[in-house]
Write a new protein. Structure first.
Length: 85
C-alpha cells in the first residue's frame, strides 16, 4: 500500500509571527482618512436603505461621496510620490 501525503509545504508554515509589519501599519495609517470617509459614506447609504431620500439626505450622500473622492485623490497622490510605498 502506498501512502499519500502532501507534497508541498503548508503556506503558513514557518511564519515567525502573524502580526502586521510596521510597513503594513504605516500604509494603513496613511489610508486612515480614506477608510474613515468610506465608513461615513457607508453609514449614509445604510441610513437610506429603508426610507426614501429627502433633499437633505441627498446632500449628505453627495457630500460623503465627495469626501471619499477627495481622500482617494490624496492617497493616490501620496502613492505617486512614493510616500506610502
Amino acid at each position: 500500500m502506498k501512502l499519500i501525503v502532501a507534497v508541498q509545504r503548508p503556506v503558513t508554515d514557518g511564519l515567525p509571527d502573524a502580526e502586521p509589519s510596521w510597513q503594513d501599519l504605516h500604509a494603513i495609517e496613511l489610508e486612515r482618512p480614506l477608510i474613515k470617509a468610506e465608513m461615513d459614506l457607508l453609514d449614509v447609504q445604510i441610513s437610506l436603505l429603508d426610507r426614501p431620500a429627502s433633499e437633505l439626505d441627498q446632500r449628505r450622500l453627495r457630500r460623503a461621496a465627495n469626501k471619499v473622492l477627495a481622500a482617494r485623490r490624496t492617497v493616490a497622490n501620496r502613492l505617486g510620490t512614493g510616500e506610502a510605498a
